[in-house]
Structures are given as C-alpha cells and as structure tokens.
Design a protein around this ligand. Structure first.
Ligand code: GDP
Ligand code: MG
Length: 638
C-alpha cells in the first residue's frame, strides 16, 4: 500500500480542519483548548484510504500567525499540499506565508481547495478561482487542480478525493535505502505502554527491537512497538506516519525537534553551510543577522554568516553559513525555513549543503565554488569533493557527513577509485583518501628524505614516524597529519616505484644507504660489541666510548647511527642499552609474570640482579613500553 502525507495550508478559519474532518471522519483538533476556542493550535492528524492501494496521512496545521512554528513542524514531512482558501475571504496573509513556506521547503505537488462554497454565489466563486490562478502562477501549483468544496453540504468532496488520488499516485516513494530518520513531532505517555513518539518517517525503514539514538541528546532507546496510522506494524518505512513505543528513555527527556536515527551513525551539528533564498517581500538581510531557524520539526535561533557579500537582497539567493544556537541532527539535502527575528515573519529558506563545514574566510571565491559544486553535483561528485577537502577520511566519518549508509559510501568510493579520483589503501583499512592528497604526500616524502640525507649523510634513514611528522601539511591554521594507514600505503607505493626502501622502522631513498669507510665499519662493530657485552649492567655511554680506541667525534657519530638503527636504545639520559639486553629483560619480566603479575623494585632487583640505579630507569622504560603499568609502589605486568 502506498502512503502519502498530505499537509493542509492556509489562513486561519478558512476551513482546513473542517475539511480534514469532512474527508476522513476524524477531527484533527484533538486538544481540549482547540475544541473550546474553535481554532487549531497544534498539528492534527487523520488518515483516509482511497482504494485498496493508497492511504493518505493528513497533517492539519494551524493557520493562526502565532502558531506558524507549529505549522512548520508539520509541513516539513509532507508530500502533497492541500492549500485551502475560503470562498468568502479569498487570499489572506497566512495563505501567502504558508504558500511561501511550501515553495521554500521544495514541496513539489499539491492542489487548491476553495472551501465554504456554500457561502458564495457562482460569480464570486469564479472571481476567487481567478485570484488563485494568478496567485500560484509560475509556482509548483501552476495548473494544479482548484476544487470548490463545502464541508457543510459535501459539495465537491468527491472531486477533491479523485484529484487527491490522481496526484498521490504520481508521487515518488521516499528513499527507504537511506538510514532511517524520524523527526519527532509529538511525545506522550500511554497507559500500559510508556513513552510514545510520533512523526513522519522521512527516510529509511525501522523495525521493532531496533536500537535508536535520540539526536541531539545522544540517548539510546529500544523500539518496543510500532504503529503506522494507528495500526500495529512490525516495520515502518519512509513516508509513513509513525508512532514508536520506546523503552529505555523518559518522556521528560524527549521533545519535538529531536530526531530518531540509527545509533551512533550521525553527529548532531550547530554549523551548516547552505544556499539561502530570500522571499521578495523580505527586507534585505545583513551579514550576521539573527533569525529563527526551522528544520524538520526543530526550531532554534541562528546567526547568518553571508559568504558572498555583506547583504542579501529580497528575492536573492546566496551561500551562507548558519550558526545555530542549539545542536540538531541536520543532514545535507534538508530544507529549512528562516523567519525574521522580530517581528517574526517568514523571510526565506533553503537547502543544507554541508553539515561539517570548516571555518571559512569571508568572500572567498573558493568557498562559493565548493558549495556550488556540492549543490549541483550528484552523489559521486559530492563524495569526491568531501574527500578532497578532508584529504582522507573514514567511511564512517563520510557517512555521518553525507547522511548515507557506510556501505553506500564505500560503494561510491570504489567507483571513484576506479576513476583514479580516490585511493582506498586496503579493503578493511577504514581510509578513503583523495588521489591528489595521496600524490602530494608521496612527493613530500621524497623531498623530505632527500633533504634529510643531504643533511645527515651518516644516518641510514629516517624513522617512519619521524618522516610522517615531517610530511604533515599546514592547511590554514590546522596541521594535517596523514593517518599511519595512509602513510604506510604511500611508503609502499614508493617502494614499488623503487623510489625508497623501508628497513624495519627506517625509511631511506634508494641508493642512499650509509657507506661506512672500513675504519668506520670496524669502529661501529667495536662499539656495538662493547654495549652487547655490557648487557643490562651497562656503564654510562661516555665511559664505554672512552674505553675504545676510537676518536671521540667519530664515536659520537657512530653512536648516533646505532641509535637511529635502533641497534642501541636510549632508556634515560645516561643509559644506553644494546637491544638484545632489553629483549632479555622483557623475557625475564614475562617469566616472572607466570609466578605473579605484580612487581616492585625489590622483586625487580632480585629477578634481574640489577642495582637500584638501573632498576628505576628500566622500570620506567617498561612502563613507557606498556610492558608494565605503575600503580603506586608496584608495577602490574601487562
Ligand atoms: N458554511 C461553511 N462553514 C465552514 C465550512 N468549513 C468550515 N466552516 C466553518 O469555518 C470555521 C473555521 O473552520 P476551521 O475548519 O476551524 O478553519 P481552520 O482554521 O482553517 O482550520 C468554523 O466555524 C467552521 O464551521 C464550509 O464549508 N461551509
Ligand atoms: Mg484548523
């Protein structure tokens, strides 16, 4: 069965709620106050089956100008608008405002009902019809059906239903393959059930027992039960009016504007890059103006940073960054509305392009070009742009930035890899890098190594981690360090291209191995052996060197070389050990663990036969190496 959400729109007292009641048999004004005052204050809901295969969910909105914010919460999920104009009043302020909102939200289909047809004669009805046609000219409702109805006499209701059915069948299904998202429009407690939240499922599908996250409060809950249009269901899919019974969370913690989504997949944000459109009737909007910001069912205050000039003209559009006062789950592709701070009127709206934007320089043409490319590009171009901007990112991070499933990110990344636009170091590496960043890194590795070899000819090469630090780039104020995974992939590529060699932790340019003279070679062996013989009870390095028949400058250089190679290891300022001695130490500690995993200084001295002078630095070394962990006076052998 196809589900379509129909939203009412129009001025107060034009007969929206009465029409929903006449069509569905359900009075959408459910609050006691609404019944008493005879006006709609908050959203109302009803549904109507038109044939076996089509169910319409009605969202009835308040027309009163004071409750436009409630109207906005309802309008965000609709597929089809039912614009209501009373025959005896024709077009009024909230007819215009609601219609503007529908246009700004990108509603694509709808129809107009001229209500209260029983109150006017033919002539007036024809006049109102003409006014409406002029009013919607050039908009998405241009040429849409305009049906005269009376909720009192029932006139025109059948025609209206026929048109509703015809239009509904034209509506494309909402995307069920995206991660699910349910903007909450109501929260209440139900006797015997507990917490219930309702909303229009705008994307994806959700099943009972699913674990959900409530954004932005980062709470998790379990879906105990699902109702779709008041009927129990095992699953709800995008486009359906959905009620979820949640376990594991208090009603008091929840509210309209929060969003249910997959646990851990998304990140709430308070800074978004957008394309912003002002309505022609708005005043010019200044850079850094404060506005009311409405997206999904949420509302907050936001500051508008215009990215293309100091002012946005009425009817104009520009890229902007919105800094929202409260975090919310916003995703690229979401439509939003902005209302003037005071007096509150709808002045514009737009489309969210980037939910994790970097800080921009003002009036930077590169920023506008980037946002234009994001706005116009398909999924592949968009992913490529984001990867290029980040240099590298994980599929999980890209999923949270795009709103796609991680598997979809990986699929598109593979397509881009096939076009040599991105690099994926390994199927399970969790890294996607842009091809240009990868190439730049490779180039910097070679240049840095060249410079290093030139400066230190006696050293075999650079330690991998050291080199990774040296090729970090500065991007504005931020330094960008390649992840170990990506960096190793760069090294591997350069090895394959025969540009460098990697030996253990040391990286060098091909043909740049240290060539020691025969005297240097023999000095190296003597020093090495002296340290090896000394074992753990090693004298101070300078004593060892002094005892050898090698001149001091050369000895120092070779000592340095041995440290670089990691044949010798510096444990403290005075103590240098041969690596074999430290390996023996690790073996001793491992043996000791069989008896007890606790080690104090006395036990260490006993196990190793070393004095306190060695025991303390060596224990600290073991802590650093995470062989042991200090807890007060004892060490735990890990
Ligand atoms: N005569 C007549 N009155 C209507 C009709 N539809 C609604 N009304 C009346 O108009 C008033 C406002 O209707 P309501 O549905 O609450 O308007 P809303 O504010 O747009 O939801 C109520 O007093 C209704 O009884 C109609 O078709 N004919
Ligand atoms: Mg009403």
């Amino acid at each position: 069965m196809k589900h379509v959400i129909v939203g009412t729109a129009g001025h107060i007292d034009h007969g929206k709620s009465a029409l929903v009641l006449a069509l569905t048999g359900t009075d959408p004004d459910r609050l006691e106050e609404e019944k008493r005052r005879g006006i709609t204050i908050d959203l109302g809901f009803a549904h109507l089956d038109l044939g076996e295969d089509l169910r319409l969910g009605f969202v009835d909105v308040p027309g009163h100008e004071r409750f436009v914010k409630n109207m906005l919460a309802g309008a965000s999920g609709i597929d089809l608008v039912l614009l209501v104009v009373a025959a005896d009043e024709s077009i009024k302020p909230q007819t215009r405002e609601h219609f503007d909102i529908c246009k700004l939200l990108g509603v694509e289909r709808g129809l107009v009902a001229i209500t209260k047809s029983d109150l006017v004669d033919r002539e007036l009805l024809d006049l109102v019809r003409l006014e409406i046609q002029e009013f919607v000219a050039g908009s998405f409702l241009d040429g849409a059906p305009v049906v005269a109805v009376s909720s009192r006499t029932g006139e025109g209701l059948d025609t209206l239903k026929t048109e509703l059915r015809r239009l509904s069948l034209l509506i494309a299904a909402k995307p069920t393959e995206l991660p699910f998202r349910l903007p909450i429009d109501r929260v209440f407690m139900m006797k015997g059930f507990g917490v219930v939240v309702t909303g229009t499922l705008v994307a994806g599908r959700i099943e009972t027992e699913a674990e959900v996250e409530i954004y932005p409060i980062a709470r998790r809950a379990r879906v105990r039960g699902i109702e779709v249009h008041n009927q129990a269901a095992g699953v709800a899919v995008a486009g359906q009016r959905t009620a979820l019974n949640l376990a594991g969370v208090d009603a008091a913690a929840l509210g309209r504007g929060m969003v249910l989504g997959p646990a851990g997949l998304f990140a709430a944000t308070d800074r978004v890059d957008v394309v912003l459109q002002l309505v022609p009737a708005a005043k010019p909007l200044k850079h850094r103006a404060r506005v009311h910001f409405h997206c999904g069912t949420s509302e907050s205050v936001a500051e508008v940073a215009l990215l293309e000039g100091k002012e946005l003209r009425p009817g104009g559009r520009a890229y902007a960054q919105l800094r929202v006062a409260e975090k919310g789950l916003l995703l690229p592709g979401d439509r939003f509305i902005v209302r003037q701070f005071s007096p509150v009127t709808t002045i514009g709206g737009g489309l969210i392009l980037d939910i994790q934007p970097p800080r921009h320089r003002l009036a930077d043409p590169a920023v506008s070009a980037f946002l234009a490319a994001l706005e116009q590009g398909g999924p592949e171009e968009r992913l490529q742009l984001l990867v290029e901007q980040a240099g590298e990112a994980s599929p999980a991070a890209l999923a949270s930035r795009t709103g796609w499933q991680p598997a979809e990110v990986e699929r598109i990344a593979k397509v881009l890899e096939g076009r040599n636009r991105v690099m994926i170091p390994g199927p399970t590496s969790g890294v996607v890098a842009s091809a240009s960043y990868f190439a730049a890194l490779a180039e910097r590795v070679v240049t840095e190594l060249e410079a290093f070899h030139k400066a230190s000819p006696l050293v075999a090469g650079l330690a991998r981690e050291d080199l990774r630090g040296r090729v970090a780039t500065r991007d504005g104020g931020e330094s960008r360090l390649a992840s170990p995974t990506l960096f190793n992939a760069v090294l591997q590529r350069l090895v394959v291209e025969n540009k460098l060699e990697v030996q253990g932790e040391t990286v060098r340019r091909v043909g740049r191995e240290v060539r020691l003279s025969s005297e240097e070679q023999s000095a190296k062996e003597q020093i090495c052996q002296a340290f090896e013989r000394a074992g753990l009870a090693v004298p101070a390095a300078r004593e060892i060197l002094q005892a050898l028949p090698i001149d001091r400058a050369r000895a120092e250089k070779i000592l340095h070389l041995l440290l670089r190679e990691k044949t010798l290891l510096k444990v403290s300022e005075d103590l240098i050990f041969h690596h074999s001695a430290l390996e023996r130490l690790r073996a001793l500690v491992a043996q000791r663990k069989a008896a007890s995993n606790r080690l104090d200084v006395a036990a260490f001295k006993e196990t190793t036969g070393l004095s306190r002078k060695y025991a303390i630095p060596l224990l600290e070394y073991l802590d650093r190496e995470r062989v042991t962990r200090r807890e007060g006076d004892v060490r735990i052998i890990l």
